[in-house]
Design a protein around this ligand. Structure first.
Ligand SMILES: *Cc1c(COP(=O)(O)O)cnc(C)c1O
Length: 411
């Protein structure tokens, strides 16, 4: 019955193709960093002219940091702002710090108040008037057994190495640490943190974050990574950094050379929208992967930016193309000044429902909410296990087919 088999297969193939017809229509309508690149480059020329910069300056990450935009008047030369918008920015800026590097600003459509990069980087009055949310919803103050350390899990922990970032996200969960001044964690605190790790041999995975770990000078990072390499029970290191997204020029040959001497090393970054996946971001990511580093993405589910199943799918596809594995989608925590970004948990579960099966498993991250009191990341899944009998399960497939599944008796 060869022909019959082929006929059924063809019908099934058509059914499968039809099941993503919405995405096939949608995928070419989304603004990605690659699609918008010519426009972005024209904006970069404009910003360079305003700031009196050369192309060499532009690609110099230190120039980018020195020339961060943090006042409404300069910003108004780059994106179109009404006088009310300028006032809102000043008002919000009086309460929460903001600063954006020219590169990240160049991704913004100057005429679109709802631009996803603009929403992530330019403050509005909503931040100022937000009365919900805590400053420290995860009780990080009570999870620090040694200086600079956050420990919430049995075998891994964070060292907060700096409070600095290249740009300050409007949805930042650690904004209480982002003061008016950039400060690296003092060397003696990092020494105390390293001492704690050396004394606790169950710690096999150390995350350097902050702030943005790649804001540290190479020498300091090299020192910390070398010290960790010298602790026999530390098996892997991870860096938390938004540099590939907001300041790709930080990924220099010298940085890569230094990092490649500290393998195994993982970098988790933070892309939230396909517009952030540009040719320059790609170059930074490929340089890191060629140095032997594995890249993962930790997106945050943000209302008005990426709370849409088709957009999240497109983001994850764009990430896989630049060798970044979608790792987590965080539910936005209740942090003071960020309530306008929070979605409902159902939104996140719906996104997961529409990813699993419909696209590569590699493009399916884990959706997590942070349990109160710092009790850890807690995964939220659509329900695939309908019921569990003694020797049978009732399962629900990605297409919502409910089927019986034999569960072998224990031997
Ligand atoms: C997120 C986090 C980790 C890493 O968790 P994974 O699930 O292993 O990625 C470790 N320590 C702290 C304090 C964290 O918040």
């Amino acid at each position: 019955m060869k022909d019959e088999g082929r006929k059924i297969s063809l019908e099934r193939a058509k059914e499968l193709k039809d099941s993503i017809s919405d995405y096939l229509e949608y995928r070419d309508t989304v603004a990605t960093g690659f699609k918008e690149w010519e426009k972005i480059k024209a904006r970069q020329e404009n910003i360079k002219r305003i700031l009196g910069a050369s192309q060499e300056d532009w690609q110099n990450w230190k120039w980018q940091l020195r020339n961060r935009i943090d006042d409404p008047d300069t910003l108004a030369k780059i994106i179109n702002l009404s006088s009310e918008e300028k006032e809102e920015i000043s008002l919000a800026g009086s309460k929460f710090r903001w600063a954006v590097v020219p590169y990240y600003l160049s991704l913004i459509n100057p005429d679109d108040p709802g631009d996803p990069v603009r929403l992530q980087s330019i403050p509005t009055a909503k931040e100022y008037f937000d009365q919900c949310g805590d400053m420290d919803p995860m009780d990080e103050e009570f999870s620090s057994p040694a200086p600079a350390i956050t420990r919430r899990y049995p075998d891994r922990l964070i060292i907060n190495v700096t409070n600095q970032c290249s740009s300050y996200c409007r949805h930042c969960q650690r904004r209480r640490n982002i003061g008016e001044v950039d400060k690296q964690t003092p060397r003696r605190d990092i020494e105390a943190a390293l001492h704690y790790i050396a004394q606790n041999e169950e710690i096999r995975d150390v995350l350097l974050t902050g702030g943005d770990s790649l804001m540290l000078p190479e020498g300091t990072l090299d020192w910390i990574l070398t010290e960790l390499d010298n602790i026999p029970h530390v098996e892997i290191k991870r860096l938390g950094s938004r540099v590939p997204v907001s300041l790709p020029y930080r990924v220099t040959d010298e940085l890569c050379k230094m990092l490649s001497s500290h393998l195994p090393l993982y970098v988790n970054t933070h892309f939230n929208h396909p517009l952030e996946v540009t040719p320059d971001a790609r170059e930074a990511c490929l340089k890191l992967t060629k140095s032997g580093i594995i890249l993962g993405n930790q997106a945050v589910l943000l209302k008005g930016i990426n709370n849409d199943p088709l957009l999240m799918k497109k983001l994850n596809h764009e990430l896989l193309k630049i060798m970044v594995l979608p790792y987590l989608i965080f539910h936005a925590k209740s942090v003071r000044g960020t309530s306008h970004f929070r979605t409902r948990v159902e939104d996140g579960i719906e996104i997961m429902e529409k990813l699993r099966g419909y696209t590569s498993g590699l493009a399916v991250p884990t959706y997590v909410i942070n349990a109160p009191h710092g009790y850890g990341k807690t995964p939220m899944f659509p329900e695939y296990l309908v019921s569990m009998g003694r020797n049978k399960l009732l399962i629900r497939t990605w297409e919502k087919r409910v089927l019986e599944y034999e569960n072998d008796e224990e031997a």
